[in-house]
Ligand binder design. Structure first.
Ligand SMILES: [Mg+2]
Length: 157
């Protein structure tokens, strides 16, 4: 099973934070405090959020490889699911994602049960914990100018 992180990988978290006047540094995690001023509540944040431009191509590439996938996020899975389903233009993708599990866990590596379990995440520490449990992880690294192209180079042979 492929586990796809939501914030960052699929949702433009850094760009959305900017709309609230908050600078989120690349590869810096754990500083965000929901609803503690100046931080918005999840409802306020996802009302202004945007999907990453590669959202649909990323999903299509995983489906093309025959990969089963779920979304795995640290918090507010239901709010993110609602936001994503609202934003998607493609009916086929919306339909298949509406039946999909959006799992919420702040210990993502708990979901690494088999060597074929994969994580795609922009948090290097999450990827490292996943690998320690014996799974495969791709660090979707925003320090790169082209994080999606980097992923495709890795993904497609
Ligand atoms: Mg993330």
């Amino acid at each position: 099973m492929i586990h796809i992180d939501i914030d960052g990988v699929l949702i433009d978290f850094i760009g959305t934070a900017k709309k609230f006047g908050i600078e989120v540094k690349t590869n810096e995690f754990g500083k965000w405090k929901w609803s503690e001023p100046p931080f918005p509540s999840p409802e306020e944040f996802y009302a202004k959020a945007e999907l990453q431009p590669w959202f649909e191509p990323l999903i299509f590439n995983i489906i093309a490889a025959g990969g089963y996938f779920i979304f795995l996020t640290a918090d507010f899975a239901e709010i993110k699911k609602r936001f994503i389903l609202e934003k998607i233009n493609n009916d086929i993708i919306r339909n298949s994602l509406s039946k999909l599990d959006f799992i919420e866990s702040d210990q993502k590596s708990n979901y690494c049960d088999f060597p074929i379990d994969m994580l795609i995440d922009d948090c290097a520490a999450n990827c490292e914990a996943w690998r320690k449990k014996g799974g495969v992880a791709w660090h979707f690294d925003f320090a790169s100018e082209t994080p999606f192209e980097d992923f495709l180079k890795y993904w497609r042979r």
